[in-house]
Design a protein around this ligand. Structure first.
Ligand SMILES: O=C(O)CCC(=O)C(=O)O
Length: 292
């Protein structure tokens, strides 16, 4: 049987929504973010890439007369934009998003990273992967809240997902990738899944797509000539678990990275304090992250 998307209606997460999330590993909340908030995020995106919050290595100087579009066309994404923009930092705790997280994750939730995808026309997509490969939480609570700032379509590189693939909860083997669709040098071979189980998640601006850290997902190249596919993705997990995340070797090994933002409930590890460790960085055109 094919899966029909299930929606969170009017921002209130139901028992049925929670069951769907646990069964299929994702959930869609249309209109969870207001048009005013989306407009503010869009403005902030331009401000970030104009370097108005401070420059980040690799950012190109703004030339006289350059429009926001001219500038944004040069970029794929920035990691940890909440370290630059107070507006995005505030947004990590968006009330509607937090309500869903409390329903599907835990009453106690922390945020560990944000990523702001511009995905300008022509930019490559992300190969099949599980977020848990990059962010080790190991308790299946890892969740991405993928906020569509622009409408996301197959043409401009929306998310694709294979519902239910989070269930075995193990890290799937990765194979080399030499094609042109994705920015990555490896991928997960999904050829054994029936085509109808691999589904696009086309959504309108203001929609939030929640997906589990073990569920297989990807996105294709933005094949339009003038449509951006802007999305803010925040990653959260249950505050009860520690976070042994060294950022692919960028940070010293740790049992519990304490560069977090609590968004709901209480933090059992509050006695450790919060330690700034991550710095914002630009996503490169080719992503070469390989590990065992
Ligand atoms: O937005 C995309 O194109 C990919 C996002 C993604 O793979 C993720 O957030 O893990």
């Amino acid at each position: 049987m094919n899966i029909e998307h299930q929606f969170v209606k009017n921002g209130s997460v139901t028992e049925e929504n929670i069951r769907f999330y646990h069964d299929y590993g994702y959930l869609i909340a249309p209109g969870l973010v207001s048009a005013a908030d989306i407009a503010a995020l869009k403005k902030d995106t331009a401000k970030i890439f104009r370097g108005e919050y401070g420059t980040v290595e690799g950012m190109l100087p703004v030339q006289p007369g350059e429009t926001d579009e001219d500038i944004l066309k040069k970029y794929v994404a920035i990691h940890f934009p909440h370290k630059l923009s107070p507006h995005i930092k505030n947004f990590l705790g968006h009330k509607g998003i937090v309500e869903v997280l409390k329903g599907v994750v835990s009453p106690n939730v922390k945020c560990m990273q944000s990523m702001l995808f511009v995905k300008a026309p022509g930019k490559a997509g992300q190969a099949w992967h599980q977020d848990e490969f990059y962010i080790p939480t190991r308790d299946c609570s890892l969740i991405g809240a993928w906020i569509a700032v622009d409408d996301a379509t197959i043409e401009n590189g929306c998310l694709w997902i294979i519902p239910g693939t989070h269930k075995p909860a193990y890290m799937m083997p990765r194979v080399d990738y030499n094609g042109t669709e994705y920015a990555d040098v490896d991928t997960i071979d999904v050829s054994s899944y029936p085509k109808e189980k691999i589904i696009p998640v086309e959504v309108k601006s203001g929609t939030v797509v929640f997906f589990n850290g073990y569920v297989l997902h990807s996105s294709l190249r933005n094949k339009t000539t003038n449509n951006f596919r802007t999305a803010l993705v925040n990653h959260y997990m249950s505050a009860e678990r520690m976070l042994p995340w060294d950022q692919d070797g960028k940070l010293p090994p740790t049992n519990d990275l304490r560069d977090i933002v609590m968004v709901a409930g209480t933090d059992p590890y509050a006695y450790k304090g919060i330690k700034e460790a991550n710095k914002p960085y630009l996503r490169t055109e080719v992503l070469n992250i390989k590990k065992d």
